[in-house]
Design a protein around this ligand. Structure first.
Ligand code: NAD
Length: 277
């Protein structure tokens, strides 16, 4: 049984607050990694067409024997497929690779403002949603200005905006804007991609204080902030460690120490200019 509490999205759909990300996991390793994650209790899996591992992910889901309605599957539309008709084709291809007849959440991967097609793309998402082929629709890497435009020109408020978010990039303004609009904030690279962040003395000290690991402290910080987080690992012990964050609590002093680590420092591209297709 999943140990992860749900976040209720703006259309009433329940999304596990912690999921498993599979970026950079090759297709032939995704089945094993997702299987390990499902065994550890994860029920939410975050993939994307561009990750090239929807097939491996789908195989693990099918082999798990877990009822479809207990799983939460997210995939994303790649930039090259923006536009109404291309989105429809790309969505069919993703479903086929995943071996599913619907996803739980479908996201526009990047706004790609230079292409100016995210509004048309989102109208295709609304059709997919109306047809019951995605239980929720949303976006990723959208800045408040891109969301404002969607809110003005389309009818369904995105359920989720998945953005880069970790203690070095805390995204306060975006989180506030999302909260005002009823959009759930989902954190990608929630561990800051491992490396430096997990060695920051303040985080190591909090981990020692609670008898936890630095990764658990950072994930617990996301949970207490109300974010959805999707850490990635292919190491079974870390996969287990990363979901075991519901049995302790950071106190106000811990939260303040982590808040002080913000540097507005991105690891990934700037959504205002990113235009790779
Ligand atoms: P992450 O912050 O989850 O860090 C992952 C890395 O941290 C691992 O490769 C490993 O090196 C290390 N790590 C993981 N668990 C650890 C532990 N317990 N102890 C020590 N080190 C640990 O970074 P990510 O993979 O970039 O992001 C997570 C997920 O977010 C991705 O897999 C993907 O699903 C999603 N994502 C989305 C976008 C987007 O544009 N929407 C972009 C990047 C990532």
């Amino acid at each position: 049984m999943s140990k992860v509490p749900p976040i209720i999205l703006n259309n009433g759909v329940a999304m596990p607050q912690l999921g498993f990300g599979v970026w950079q996991v090759p297709d032939d390793e995704a089945e094993k990694a997702v299987t390990t994650a499902l065994e550890a209790g994860y029920r939410s899996i975050d993939t994307a067409a561009i990750y090239g591992n929807e097939e491996g992910t789908g195989k693990a889901l099918a082999a798990s024997g877990i009822a479809r309605d207990k799983l939460f599957v997210t995939t994303k539309l790649w930039n090259a497929d923006q536009g109404y008709d291309a989105t429809m084709r790309a969505f069919d291809a993703s479903l086929e690779k995943l071996g599913l007849d619907h996803v739980d959440l479908y996201l526009i991967h990047w706004p790609l403002p230079s292409k100016d097609s995210y509004v048309d793309t989102y109208k295709a998402f609304e059709k997919i949603y109306a047809d019951g082929r995605a239980r929720a629709i949303g976006v990723s890497n959208f800045l408040p200005e891109h969301l404002e435009r969607l809110l003005g020109e389309t009818s369904i408020i995105p359920a989720v905006n998945q953005i880069e978010l970790h203690p070095h990039l805390q995204q306060r303004a975006a989180r506030e804007f999302h909260a005002e609009q009823g959009i759930t904030t989902e954190a990608w690279s929630p561990l800051g991609q491992g490396k430096g962040l997990l060695e920051v003395p303040a985080i190591v000290a909090i981990a020692q204080k609670h008898g936890r690991t630095p990764a658990q402290v950072v994930l617990r910080w996301h949970v207490q902030l109300g974010n959805v987080a999707i850490p990635k690992s292919v190491t079974p012990s870390r996969i287990k460690e990363n979901i075991d964050v519901f049995g302790f609590e950071l106190d106000l002093e811990d939260i303040a120490a982590i808040s002080a680590l913000n540097e507005d420092r991105r690891l990934g591209p700037d959504p205002a200019t990113f235009d790779i297709v």
